[in-house]
Design a protein around this ligand. Sequence first.
Ligand code: AMP
Ligand code: MG
Length: 386
Amino acid sequence: MAPVVLPIRAALGCVLVDDVVAREAIPPFANSSMDGYALRAVDTRVAPSRLRVIGEIAAGGAPTLTVGPGEAMRIMTGAPIPEGADAVIMVEESIIDGDHVVLSSAAAPGQSVRRVGEDVAIGDTALLAGTVLRPAHLGVLASLGELSVSVYPRITVGVISSGDELVEDGSELKPGQIREANKELLMALVERANAVPVDLGLVRDDEKELVSAFLDAIGRCDALVTSGGVSMGDYDLVKATLNRLGEMQWMQIAIQPAKPFAFGRLKHGERVVPVFGLPGNPVSSMVSFELIARPAILKMMGHDVLDRVLVHAIADAPLRRRAGDGKVNWQRVVAHFGDDGRVHVESTGAQGSHQLANSAGANAFARLEDGTGVESGGEVLVVLLD
Ligand code: AMP
Ligand code: MG
């Protein structure tokens, strides 16, 4: 995607295109880190010292007086250090005595003075190209006077749910109908990935409807995520329709949940839109989005790091699975840091791929190789989702 220039506030979570080289220093001038007295350190060598107070300066002020021998200036945090002074003694170590101040401690030169450029000097590379902008990075850009920034844009990701049985308008369910879940789930996951979700609606198991939905998607979106209709059923028409329109790869992935998966490219004139055909069961949709679609979406937005953090965790209760299917299980778990400094996990509950409610609280997926699972106290690899 071609870079765009955005106001910094709009660039949260985006990837920086170029290094940001500081044109200004942070701090821009030497200033006090304390409320206290600006003075010459040499005048405080023998504590207590008694100095004449010649004035005061607050944050935002510009000093006009020079601090001479035997003198001090009342100073507030963030105020510029006046000419002549080279240290600040905090107010807690002072007692006012008429127009003098008595200081109970000695100051070292530079004490409580924030030097010019001590965070960022002019010419420093403050942020590297490729940085994923976090809230603090936006603060740094603002500190440098950079009001806008060149980033890779958020891509728009169309989300389609398919299936004759689906209802999303809140109306009473007729026999055989269920409520739509995946579109809400996937729209939110797209948003969490810092992309822009586009609701392309529910599409019936009908080739004509599917074709027009996909063409609509090509026109409006940079990528497309569909759910349902990619397995072996007679009405899994997403598969057939995408085959007609695009270059598709159909996969049976050796994972559970989310075995069937489709990836392909829809072409329309110059445009090529990648499409991720996720299975319909809600948990399968969630897991395959996380493991497969999300990294691809991040890559389209210029990210270098595509994988989430993987850690060795302790299973606080057994994580069971059926052995012998040759698949890797991705079980939904809740992870927390224990007092031992390790990540601990527990299953969220029933692990059926249709049981989204039982998986909804997961903040991690545990990776279980083929076998019977992991006993209580055993180690397990987990992907942290937050
Ligand atoms: P499919 O992949 O179309 O065969 O769907 C597999 C299962 O997931 C079926 O039980 C569907 O009813 C269910 N399903 C498909 N799409 C959705 C959706 N958007 N929300 C909730 N359940 C769905
Ligand atoms: Mg279906």
